[in-house]
Design a protein around this ligand. Sequence first.
Ligand code: F0G
Length: 471
Amino acid sequence: MATAVRTDTDVAFQRCLTPSCGSTYDVGEVRTCCGQCGGLLDVAYDWDRLPVPDSLRSFEDKWSRRNEPLCRSGVWRFHELLPFAPPEKVVTIGEGQTMLSPSDGVARYVGLQPGQLFLEYEGLNPSGSFKDNGMTAAFTHAHTIGARRAACASTGNTSASLALYCGVSKLMQAVIFIGSGKISYGKLSQALDYGALTVQIAGDFDDAMQRVQQVSSQLGIYLVNSVNPFRLEGQKTIMYRVLEGLDWEVPDWVVVPGGNLGNSSSFGKAFLELLELGLIDRVPRLAVINAVGANTLHELFEVRGQRWNGGQVDHQATTGYYAEMDESNNRASTIASAIEINRPVNYQKCLRALDVCHGVVREVTDQQILDAKAQVGASGLGCEPASAASVAGAKLLRAEGVIDPSERVVCVLTGHQLKDPTATVAYHTTDQQEFNRVLGSRGVQRAAFANRAVAVPNDLDKIVQAIQLNS
Ligand code: F0G
C-alpha cells in the first residue's frame, strides 16, 4: 500500500498524539500508530493555510445546495473542518442526515427541567448507526490511497457500515471479523445481506480486534476500526450537528456511551479544534458511560485515577490492569452488546477528550440501560441497548448532583432500535421464561416500563373487550 513522505507544503498530515513525540506522517500513509513511540495518531491540519470559515453559522448556506452530494451529507457539509481529502475523492452515501430532538419525557425520567434534554438521534444514518459518520471518512481515505479491501472487527455496527459502503460503491471488498455469538441478528443480517466476507472468530470482540490488526498488516488490508484516525474525523461532525441543532450554542453536557472510545475521542478533538479556531468560546462537559460488565474506562479513570496528564499517559497502569483482567478471566459481558469491550483501542485519545471537556466517566447496570431504553422508546425515537447507556448515565449523574436540573444536556443515541430487537422484545415480553432466558442471566430482574402484548382468543367480542379494558 502507498506510503509517502510528509513535505512542508502539506496542509493535512498525521501526527502522533503524544506531545513529547509529535512525529508526523503524510496524509497518504496508512498507519494505525506512531512508528516512533507506538502512540495513536491524529489527523492534523495547518489551519493558517486553509480556508476556515469565520463563523459556524456560515455552514447553514449549504442547506440551499442540497442537490450537491457534499452539501447533502451531514459529514461533508463540514468539509472545511476535515479537509484531508480532495472533494472529488469523497465517497458519500448521504450519511449524517440526523436530528437533534428535544424530549421532555426523557428529561422527566432523567430529572431535568423541561426543554433541557436533547437526543442526538444517529439511528437515522443509512446503516442505522453513528458509524456511517466515520466510515465515509475512512472509506474516502482508503479510496484516496487506492485500497481494494477494507477490514474491521466489530460488535456489529462498524461491520454493517463498512459492508454498506463496500456494497454501494463497489470500490472495495469488506472483510469483517466478529466474535462468535456476540453480535445481534439485526447487525449480522446487514453484513451478510450487503455481501461482506464475514469471519466469525471463536472469541469475543477483544480477540477479534487483535486478530484483525494482525491480519490487516499481514495481508495489506486497509483497517477501518476507529484506531484509524480518519474515522474519527468524520465522527467529529456529530458534534457540529449538535451545535447546529442548538442554533450554535454549546450545551452544558454531552453524554455518550463508551465502547472502543472512538466517539468520545472524536468529540473531544472536535471541541478542541473549534476552540482553537475561535469558532466556539467554551466547551461542554463530556460524560462517557460504560456498562458495568465492560467498564475498563471507568475503572482506570474513576477508580484508579488515570489521567491525560499533558500526554504523559501511564501505559503501565493500563497493561497492568489488562494483565489482572486476563488473570481473573474477566471478559466483557453486557446486554448492550455494542459496547461489550474490555480493551478500548482509543483509551489514550479518550483521556485527552476527558481532559479537554472536564469529563467524567460512569458505569450503569444492564437493568438501568434497559429501563432507560424503554423510556427512550416511549418517547418515540427508539434505540438499541448501548445507546440508552447515555440516558441511564445522565440520570445517574443527575441523581448524584453532578448534573444540575437546569443544565442543557445532549444524550447521543448511537444506534437504531431495530438493530437489536431481541433485547427489546425480551424486555416487553409477556413470557416470563423468555424474559429470564434472554435477560435474567444479565442481572435484569424487572421490566419496570414493560409494554406487554395482550393475548386474546381469536374472537371478535373478546378482542373488543380486551381493547376497552386496556385503553
Ligand atoms: N453505541 C453503539 C450502537 C455502537 O455500535 C458502539 C460501538 C458504541 C456505542 C461505542 O462507541 O466504540 O466509539 O465508544 N460499536 C463498535 C462496533 C465497537 O464494532 O460496531 P465507541
